[in-house]
Design a protein around this ligand. Structure first.
Ligand code: TXA
Ligand code: MG
Length: 325
């Protein structure tokens, strides 16, 4: 299969992307979080093709992306008031609501579960595409199974060229880390995947406590321990550990750090990360991707600050690498 590269700057190419989706094809699309691999969520065959292209097990549920809160009732049933409050506060944006699935939604999308993840993405290109094509799209991150999520169209093209119909370029992703997933299907709002919207922000909107289980008691297929992984070993170190080890590292090791106190020990291949959380998250996957392409054999990463605002970054890092010991 030849993979088309489409630019969102051309309205005829955007229309072409819409036609491909309507015809049951696969289009990698920009979102504000990471690029997604989209197919018409109402077309079982198209949705199945997503799993094949990614090499993803078919029991791992997909998120359906919709053009607005008015679409909720088309995909979900028994929708609690909390869903509308959160949608009102954070949509369009990096928040996925887990709700009871509408009986008419194919279980191919939900990996056989009776719940569905729904998100209204805050990317003008994708929103325009959803409106033009007049459909909801199932879209996991546009990476091969377990690999780093892509934040540019070039990264998608490098890994999925030949496996999807088109890659729609909408520029680099502004948020850079996957959406928060909050489960509203059980009565107690619970965070299943930490993300850019924090439990504290949702607690404030709902006026009731939104909890984040430290260990997941329910095994959700797809919520796996080893994930978001670069191709070479990623070693996670505290600032102190990195300070100690840095003196006798070999030249095959590249470092990712943020503390100014480490700067003097760093070389040209090392990457200094921004200090503020939003910029750090935006740069994270791209940084790991760049180092993965470079010649070194191993990546050492200084663990960023702890605290609720950073919980999504820590969640992804612990799945992407292993702690120094
Ligand atoms: O920001 C995002 O959410 C990106 C962009 C493309 O929208 N999408 C994304 O999708 O990260 P994916 O498939 O890579 O990750 C979705 C996660 C998976 O871990 C999956 O198991 C979980 O969401 N998930 C989806 N539907 C679910 C459901 N019904 N029940 C439990 N977990 C669900
Ligand atoms: Mg993913």
């Amino acid at each position: 299969m030849k993979t088309l590269r489409l630019t969102s700057e051309s309205s005829s190419e955007l229309s072409q992307a819409a036609r491909i989706l309507q015809a049951g094809g696969l289009v990698a699309v920009p979102t504000e979080t990471v690029y997604g691999l989209a197919a018409d969520a109402a077309d079982e065959k198209a949705v199945s093709a997503i799993f094949t292209a990614k090499g993803r097990p078919s029991d791992h549920p997909l998120i359906v992306h919709v053009s607005g809160v008015d679409q909720l009732a088309q995909w979900a049933t028994d929708i609690p008031a909390e869903a509308y409050l959160l949608a009102e506060a954070f949509w369009p944006g990096p928040l996925t609501l887990l709700l009871k699935k509408h009986p008419q939604v194919s279980s191919v999308v939900t990996g056989g579960l009776d719940t569905i993840g729904l998100r209204n993405p805050a990317h003008p290109v994708l929103l325009g595409l959803l409106k033009k094509a007049q459909l909801g799209v199932a879209a996991p991150s546009a990476n091969p199974y377990k690999k780093l999520s892509p934040t540019t169209a070039d990264q998608v093209y490098a890994s999925l060229s030949g496996k999807v119909d088109a890659v729609l370029d909408g520029g680099p992703c502004a948020v850079g880390i996957e959406s928060t997933i909050v489960d509203l299907s059980t009565g107690n709002a619970t965070v299943l995947r930490p993300g850019p919207i924090t439990a504290a922000q949702m607690t404030e909107v709902l006026g009731q406590s939104v909890t984040t289980p430290t260990e997941h008691t329910v095994a959700v297929p797809g919520n796996v321990e080893a994930h978001y992984q670069p191709g070479k070993p990623l070693c996670l170190m505290t600032t102190e550990q990195l300070k100690e080890q840095i003196t006798d590292r070999d030249s095959e090791v590249a470092c990712v750090y943020y503390s100014q106190s480490l700067a003097d020990s760093m070389n040209t291949q090392d990457i200094k990360m921004p200090k503020d959380k939003a910029s750090y998250a935006q740069a994270l996957y791209d940084t790991l991707y760049q180092l993965d392409q470079s010649e070194g054999k191993e990546i050492w990463l200084e663990l960023p600050p702890v605290g609720e605002a950073w919980s999504d970054v820590h969640d992804r890092l612990k799945r992407a690498g292993r702690f120094w010991s």
